[in-house]
Write a protein that binds this ligand. Structure first.
Ligand code: 5RP
Length: 229
């Protein structure tokens, strides 16, 4: 058994996968472990299909021989396995550290069961220490960020540091949908629902990294084992 908590969580999630399932394939370093181990099982004969939540996960899934398909109007996925940047005991999350939150939300919504895999450091009592990513369309982005700033002030977040995410290769980071990501350093989010509603009402904001009200099964791992299990 591995001592890497992310891999341990991924392996625990693999136990939930059954023959014939349609799967959501998450994004990030924890989801990467899951996809790689799933690929091994597929090569041993497991019959599953997946919908990747990012181009990076699509490439990885293809390289690991996992059959892929597209979400259609009537598609219902059996199980979505994805990581998280922060998660509270009641399952509220910040996601989008990898900038994939839009596809991740669509896939989570289409799934009968949503399982979050992470190392235990992602467990928090209050969201917000991790900067909240929001996806913003490029047109009028400066005006959109101005509106975001005004909404934050109206909600009591004074002088929030907001930065457009940079790409490793230079320039701005671009999401798989061709949008930008702004990271909001809020420190502490007292009312995630009110914040999410206010931000998503702003034209130009596509979505936020807040995942709220999901019926999420949490698999949190340490170097020695699973939390609560
Ligand atoms: C990507 C995500 C990831 O699930 C999140 O950033 C966690 O990543 P990691 O498993 O690398 O810690 O939301 O958009």
């Amino acid at each position: 058994m591995t001592s890497n908590p992310k891999e341990r969580a991924a392996l625990a999630a693999l136990d939930l996968v059954e023959d014939g399932m349609k799967l959501g394939l998450g994004t990030g370093s924890t989801a990467k472990f899951f996809i790689e181990h799933l690929g091994q099982r597929v090569r041993q004969g497991l019959d599953v299909e997946g919908v990747p939540t990012s181009k990076a996960s699509e490439e990885l899934a293809r390289a690991n021989g996992i059959p892929l398909f597209e979400l259609a109007e009537t598609t219902v996925l059996d199980l979505d396995i994805d990581g998280s940047d922060e998660i509270t005991p009641d399952g509220s999350m910040i996601k989008g550290g990898g900038g994939a939150m839009l596809r991740e939300k669509i896939v989570a919504r289409a799934s009968k069961r949503f399982v979050m895999i992470a190392d235990v450091s992602k467990r928090v009592q209050t969201l917000g220490a991790f900067p909240l990513p929001i996806e913003v369309i490029p047109f009028g982005q400066a005006a959109t960020i101005g509106e975001v700033r005004r909404e934050l002030e109206r909600l009591g977040y004074e002088g929030t540091d907001i930065s457009l995410r940079s790409a490793e290769a230079g320039g701005f980071f671009e999401t798989d949908s061709g949008n930008l990501v702004a990271d909001l350093k809020l420190g502490r989010i007292e009312d995630p629902k009110a914040l999410d509603e206010a931000l998503t009402m702003i034209p130009g904001v596509v979505t936020t990294g807040l995942f709220l009200g999901c019926d999420v099964h949490q698999i949190l791992a340490t170097e020695d084992g699973l939390l609560n299990g």
